[in-house]
Design a protein around this ligand. Structure first.
Ligand code: TXA
Ligand code: MG
Length: 344
């Protein structure tokens, strides 16, 4: 059984450090979701991350750094706009793709010439990186295609029986949804978004406008064969074991019939209070859960609520009402859409 480490106890954090140094992964809290951390510079440690997660080797890992200085070790060249994005959004939930240096093992990038970089704002993660003095690769600490963990107990239920050595209990993740992944195309004056996440697109757009850039979605998002260009964009991902139906906003707002198709063991997931009012106006009578009063709260609770639904025998299907595609609503909708993929 995995060791649960209390970050308040200095001696226990030294155990975490020792385990990492011995090339064994340790699950750590970040402000987005829990990550399964291992030394970037150790292919052995990286291979253990893939094995524990059951993740295919071509799906690359994010390298977490203590700041821009450490990022520079990992990149062949740091473009000026990439560096400005780091200065503006780090530490925080923004991951940037850069040309990798020869110090980064191919295993970390799934054979891609680019490495993904992020500085976590979580004090426990930051503290460990400072003490270790080298970068840590960390994908979300769930089994491949499972639901990302936002509490240490979720990590134990995902990886405890697969040989996880230790998890540090940093409390519930504050943001609850993974980082936004971007790439800067310097000559096109463009920031390309590969995965929407906890840094809202609007924040990237206002930064982009200030430096004369635009923001766009990456083109190839759904090619399972050439996943280098679209990792994290597998159609099915973040999946509970039961059926999930995603109702596009236009469908549930404007189709008067839609709620008539609900079945007795359906649970309707409403993202926030404002949407509940709209749904009731349109005749929603089924059993529902509201994720949060506002989008920040909804994001923080999203993955824990998907787990709760999965474990609840009263329901055999989740019917999601798409939120407004604004702010965190974009990332919440992305995760919920890919949790499902079924028609009502
Ligand atoms: O918030 C987060 O980003 C969390 C915490 C732990 O930091 N990490 C996370 O890692 O979500 P993961 O592996 O579950 O998702 C990272 C995404 C994946 O879709 C991965 O394929 C993509 O980033 N990615 C990583 N390296 C890449 C690369 N070199 N090129 C393209 N995509 C990459
Ligand atoms: Mg993940």
């Amino acid at each position: 059984m995995a060791l649960v480490i209390d970050p308040q106890i200095v001696e226990q954090m030294q155990w975490a450090l020792r385990i990492l140094k011995s090339d064994e992964p340790v699950a750590l809290p970040t402000e987005t979701v829990y990550g399964l951390a291992a030394r970037v510079y150790s292919p052995l440690a990286l291979s253990r991350v893939f094995a524990l997660k059951g993740r295919p080797y071509f799906d690359p890992l994010i390298a977490h750094v203590s700041g821009i200085a450490m990022a520079k070790e990992l990149v062949a060249e740091l473009g000026p706009t990439t560096q400005k994005l780091m200065q503006r959004f780090w530490p925080g939930p923004l991951t940037l793709l850069c040309k990798k240096s020869s110090k980064v093992p191919d295993l970390c990038t799934g054979g891609s010439p680019e490495v993904a970089l992020r500085q976590s704002a979580h004090p426990v993660f930051a503290n460990l990186l400072t003490n270790l003095g080298e970068p840590l690769a960390a994908p979300s600490a769930n089994r491949f295609q499972g639901i990302s963990p936002t509490q240490y107990q979720h990590v134990l239920s995902e990886l405890g029986s697969y040989g996880l050595a230790a998890v540090v209990d940093g409390g519930p993740a504050e943001l609850g949804i993974e980082s936004t992944v971007v790439r800067v195309l310097e000559t096109d004056l463009r920031i390309e978004v590969l995965r929407p996440g906890a840094t809202p697109l609007e924040d990237l757009q206002s930064f982009a406008a200030s430096v004369g850039f635009t923001v766009s979605a990456a083109r190839s998002v759904l090619d399972a064969q050439t996943m280098h260009h679209a990792p994290g964009q597998l159609a099915k991902h973040y999946s509970p074991g039961k059926a999930v139906v995603f109702l596009e906003r236009d469908a549930w707002l404007n189709d008067a019939q839609v709620f008539l198709n609900l079945e007795p063991k359906d649970l309707v997931l409403v993202v926030n209070d404002a949407d509940l009012e709209l749904a009731k106006d349109r005749g929603l009578k089924a059993v529902y859960w509201v994720l949060g009063a506002n989008l920040a709260q909804s994001a923080a609770r999203l993955f824990a609520e998907l787990r709760r639904f999965d474990a609840d025998d009263k329901f055999n299907r989740l019917v999601v009402l798409a939120p407004e595609p604004l702010g965190l609503g974009v990332a919440i909708a992305d995760r919920l859409r890919r949790a499902g993929g079924q028609e009502l």
